[in-house]
Design a binder for this molecule. Structure first.
Ligand SMILES: Nc1ncnc2c1ncn2[C@@H]1O[C@H](COP(=O)(O)OP(=O)(O)OP(=O)(O)O)[C@@H](O)[C@H]1O
Length: 236
């Protein structure tokens, strides 16, 4: 991939928490306008890599270059959102417009139409007036994905957006992400699910904070490389 088709270029990136380094010299590229899956075992560094790209975890060495200038939309796992927040689903999705309007400014008609469209895309219009804290994990996760879409960023980062969800919720999220990609958004999703990663156009496979492989799923998710990444014997 040449530099001008990469939305994100990572060069020898090191990062960690306190004195503990958890990413050890990652060099990788995320293609522009494509869906990229970050795959690896528990603790491999997937979320940390996403945090570095989002700019919430500083690097201790190396560089992260982003092509677009707009702020990335970052969809965290629903478990990281407090149950106690007294906000409705619609208000949560509308927060996705705050970066454009500021929290005290009224949303425009266009903003409100976009919010309704995002609610529909994730099939949560019927629960739009319910409070976040009263929802199931799957409903909450769909709300957060809708909020991410509402930001209309050119870069959408998602940490395990479909973890623990049923088939219908997973399908809705997959379709929404594919539609965003078709609209030209660069989508980067962390997943444990190799079938999901297989549907992406590009994969980054991590093990112990290092990149094992990157490229199209067929070349990355080989039995040998998957076994190496998970530290298990190859199954034949
Ligand atoms: N806030 C934190 N403080 C200290 N160490 C952390 C923190 N977050 C993650 N780590 C450590 O960094 C390493 C990588 O964790 P990370 O969450 O990035 O991995 P992951 O691949 O996303 O894992 P999982 O699949 O379990 O979510 C782990 O050893 C983890 O214990």
């Amino acid at each position: 991939m040449s530099e001008n088709t990469a939305a994100i270029t990572l060069r020898e990136v090191h990062a960690g928490y306190g004195h503990r380094e958890v990413l050890h010299g990652i060099t990788a590229e995320v293609p522009d306008g494509r869906l990229t899956a970050v795959v690896g075992a528990n603790g491999a560094g997937k979320s940390s890599l996403l945090n570095v790209i989002a700019g919430v975890l500083p690097t201790s060495a190396g560089s992260v270059t982003r092509r677009g200038q707009d702020r990335p939309a970052y969809v965290t796992q629903h478990s990281e959102v407090s149950d106690a927040l007294p906000v409705t689903v619609r208000a949560t999705v509308a927060m996705g417009r705050w970066a454009h309007r500021g929290p005290w400014r009224r949303l425009t008609k266009k903003d409100r139409a976009l919010v309704e469209d995002c609610l529909e895309r994730l099939d949560i219009t019927s629960i739009a007036d319910r409070r976040l804290g009263t929802l199931s994990g799957g409903q909450r996760q769909r709300t957060l994905v809708a909020q991410g879409l509402a930001q209309q960023s050119g870069l959408l980062l998602l940490d395990e957006p479909a973890a623990g969800l049923d088939l219908r919720a997973r399908t809705l999220i997959d379709e929404a992400l594919n539609a965003a990609r078709d609209d030209g958004v660069t989508v980067l999703r962390v997943t444990h699910d190799l079938a999901v990663a297989d549907q992406a156009e590009h994969c980054l496979l991590l093990r112990d904070g290092q990149l094992v492989a990157e490229g199209p799923p067929a070349s990355v998710l080989t039995p040998e490389q998957v076994a190496e990444a998970w530290g298990v014997p190859t199954v034949r």
